[in-house]
Write a new protein. Structure first.
Length: 449
């Protein structure tokens, strides 16, 4: 049976007839009524104070001499809860080791439960741990950025780095140039005073500030009075750099299978590991890049494994066509669609995305090359060239080369300038078609889209 509406409070006025017998009782009850509590007064009277549940995280800045534990205790999070978040994120990051001034974003309920914990990994990438049922689940993400075209023209006086610095250009261009032309020019020994470079490249901006250098689009170099050129051509199945005659500037294995921000660690038999805190061999090259940056196959071959391993995190191993070489791609956030054991891949094909899985202190790709069963430095290999521009794309390449050359001619020596966008054809973005078929890891927006 449905409940009846609540009866109104009885004020003894059940009838209009009041007898002498109950007059005394009525008078006593009336005296007890609070005549000030009109409906309006009741509505305006504050009830018990209820602390609302916060809807957005707030910043938690680690103070001088303060630990992560101290900071959360001060915000009324329980010891058990703090130990839980520390334990569940330990493989990703040791929260017992934080620095003064470090910023975290926390969402704490009125009951003192840490609902989420977030922090930046670099200027573009961030991570958030969200309490889901009985455990914290990790979510990776990126901030929105803008890609702009820029150019620089330099004359070598003492070194490439010094010349770039004098022109106000990013020093990170130097290793990127070496990736492209270093197979044919030794940038440490072959450069001479008076050599010149014209460079077109992308800059990545966030909130009006340049935060990193993107991909090099074109290079024109005069070394020992010999002209050398390299153009990024994206009209084929995958991007490659070619010289003015359409010969491939890259070799059968890529030195850097990623558009990276910087080289954060080189190949070494003795390096102090940032996670293990001890000296260990580092048998690869670490390329720092935002989470979600596409990772490409270093050469043609077959995927041996695409799986998870505690130290490597999500990783891919490829055995290449000549069987002498194998490449490894560690700490990925996810795999491209179709990448699994037995899958055939071609050089430059997107196979995965940068992440921080496994023993990684920040977003990067650990790229490793094994030759005849032994790990070698990918940046020191001497290999034959990859295939030239296909005949059926020769006209398209010629048009792209002309556009690049015209943009390079706009540059004046000794300056670094912003340039107009360079559009080669419609659609101009070679990756866009690939991305429509790719499954990007959840929560990740690739910065190259």
């Amino acid at each position: 049976m449905a409940n009846s509406p609540a009866e109104p409070e009885q004020t003894s006025l059940q009838s209009s007839a009041i007898t002498a017998q109950n007059l005394s009782q009525v008078t006593q009850q009336a005296a007890q009524l609070d005549l000030s509590r009109t409906p309006e007064a009741v509505a305006a009277t504050p009830g018990p104070l209820v602390k609302p549940t916060p809807k957005a995280p707030v910043e938690m800045i680690i103070g001088h001499g303060e630990s992560f534990y101290d900071a959360l205790i001060a915000r009324h999070v329980s010891h058990t809860n703090i130990m839980k978040i520390v334990a569940e994120t330990e493989e990703f990051r040791d929260l017992r080791d934080v620095k003064s001034g470090e910023v975290f974003r926390v969402l704490i309920t009125p009951e003192g439960i840490l609902q989420s914990l977030g922090y930046d990994l670099d200027l573009e990438s961030h991570v958030v741990w969200i309490l889901t049922e009985d455990s914290y689940v990790r979510h990776d993400g990126n901030y929105p950025v803008e890609h702009l075209m820029a150019g620089v023209c330099v004359t070598i006086e003492s070194s490439l780095y010094a010349s770039l610095q004098k022109a106000g250009a990013p020093l990170s261009l130097a290793p990127k140039m070496n990736d492209i032309m270093g197979w044919d020019v030794d940038f440490k020994r072959d450069l001479r005073q008076g050599d010149t470079f014209r460079i077109l490249y992308e800059e990545v901006w966030k909130d009006g500030v340049r935060i990193r250098t993107g991909a090099i689009q074109a290079i024109e170099m005069v070394n020992k009075k010999k002209m050398r050129s390299a153009f990024l051509f994206t009209g084929g199945e995958h991007p490659h750099y070619y010289d003015s005659e359409g010969r491939n500037m890259q070799k059968q294995l890529l030195r850097a299978p990623i558009n990276y921000s910087r080289i954060s660690a080189g190949f070494s038999h003795r390096r102090f590991h940032p996670v293990h805190k001890k000296w260990m061999p580092h048998l690869g090259v670490d390329y720092a890049a935002p989470i979600g940056t596409p990772v490409r196959a270093g050469g043609d071959g077959e995927v041996v494994v695409a799986t998870y391993k505690k130290g490597n995190g999500k990783y891919i191993q490829i055995r290449h066509t000549n069987a002498e070489f194998e490449t490894y791609y560690l700490h990925l956030s996810g795999y491209a669609k179709g990448i699994k054991a037995g899958a055939k891949v071609s050089q430059g094909q997107i196979i995965g995305f940068v992440g921080t899985t496994g023993y990684a202190s920040g977003p990067h790709l650990d790229y490793r090359v094994k030759r005849a069963g032994k790990f070698v430095d990918a940046r020191q290999l001497k290999l034959p060239a990859a295939a030239p521009v296909p005949d059926d794309l020769a006209e398209l390449f010629a048009a792209a080369r002309l556009n690049y050359t015209e943009a390079l001619d706009e540059l004046s020596f000794g300056e670094s300038v912003s340039l107009r966008p360079i559009i080669m054809w419609d659609p101009p973005a070679w990756d866009r078609a690939s991305y429509t078929q790719m499954t990007v890891p959840s929560g990740v927006r690739s910065p190259d889209i």
